[in-house]
Design a protein around this ligand. Sequence first.
Ligand SMILES: [Zn+2]
Length: 90
Amino acid sequence: MASTIFRVQSHKFSQDNIQTTLVCSKCDEVFSKEFPLDLEGQTIEFKCPVCGGPGEADLPYKSAEEREEFEEDIDEVEEEEGDNEFEEDF
Ligand SMILES: [Zn+2]
């Protein structure tokens, strides 16, 4: 039973998570939180990072437009990385 509602003020889908800006209905504070892509469109429960009160938020669905954009981005990003070599000292 959650009495607090976290309203999604804005959201952005990245390649591996959903970045949201939420407003807590209990303390009225704005905070940002990331969720796994699997939770898209679901109602999830968590505690407010500001006041600590338990509540729930309805996560948005990714739109068709957003899906297409990210499929293109993924190829470009992977080509750029992989030049860094890490040396490990023990
Ligand atoms: Zn709160």
